[in-house]
Design a binder for this molecule. Structure first.
Ligand code: ADP
Length: 221
């Protein structure tokens, strides 16, 4: 089954800027792919259509069996909770412990404390930071902070994991570690789409690459 499908998707902002032009692709369930292209090529816009921050001007975006155009405003928060999203600047709350940061999406979704504890520790274990649960984010290195951002994104076991320049602030060695972490989640069945301009890193990873050029999908390798 397709995890993500774009059918003839165009996005023109109110400013008149054409950010995406007739984009067509399918990411199968369990696939991992990189989305790349020059600055302004439309990568963030494509991800914003997936998180339903923006809507296409033309065409349809499907995630699983959900056509995102058919979501009502009140259904959007629930839809977003089905995704895992990792940002370049992890967006951790600085005054909460690592544990509390990762627990937050589960609290919002109404999990009980016992479930929260079990899932938060499982997520921390997966990113190799079990011993850091009571630390504040600023006590951790930037690579560790990004791992916490990933733990928070996967703690509710999303079927689709999306990342926007997740290694943008990291050196090459740490970037490779973080990408390997995404691969681990992909190996257990999560569909992964990562926007990055780090071409050297992509070449090392041997996954499918979607290349945007001025809003058009040029190559699907
Ligand atoms: P990338 O992530 O590849 O750098 P973006 O998706 O951010 O590309 O941008 C694609 C194009 O759309 C750019 O020309 C950018 O200036 C424009 N753009 C992005 N967001 C907006 C917006 N909210 N309003 C108007 N134009 C935008």
């Amino acid at each position: 089954m397709a995890a993500i499908q774009f059918t003839n998707v165009s996005k023109r902002y109110d400013s008149g800027q054409e950010a995406l032009r007739s984009v067509d692709f399918t990411l199968e369930s369990g696939e991992m792919a990189f989305l790349t292209g020059h600055s302004g090529a439309g990568k963030s816009t494509l991800l914003k259509l997936l998180t339903r921050v923006e809507q296409p001007s033309r065409g349809d975006v499907w995630v699983g069996d959900q056509n995102l155009s058919e979501l009502s405003r009140s259904e959007i928060p629930q839809y977003r909770r089905t995704l895992g999203v990792v940002y370049q600047n992890h967006r951790l709350l600085e005054d909460r412990t690592v544990y509390q940061n990762i627990a937050l999406p589960l609290r919002i979704a109404g999990y009980n404390e016992e479930d929260i504890g079990r899932r938060v520790r499982a997520a921390l274990d997966r990113v190799g930071l079990l011993e850091s649960e009571q630390k504040l984010p600023q006590a951790l290195s930037s690579g560790e902070q990004q791992r916490i951002g990933i733990a928070r994104a996967i703690v509710h076991k999303p079927r689709v994991l999306i990342a926007d320049e997740p290694t943008g602030n990291l050196d090459p060695r740490l970037s490779l570690d973080i990408m390997s972490l995404f691969e681990q989640f992909n190996r257990i069945g999560t569909t992964v789409l990562i926007a990055t301009h780090d071409v050297a890193l992509i070449k090392r990873m041997r996954h499918r690459v979607l290349i945007l050029d001025k809003g058009r999908l040029r190559h699907v390798q």
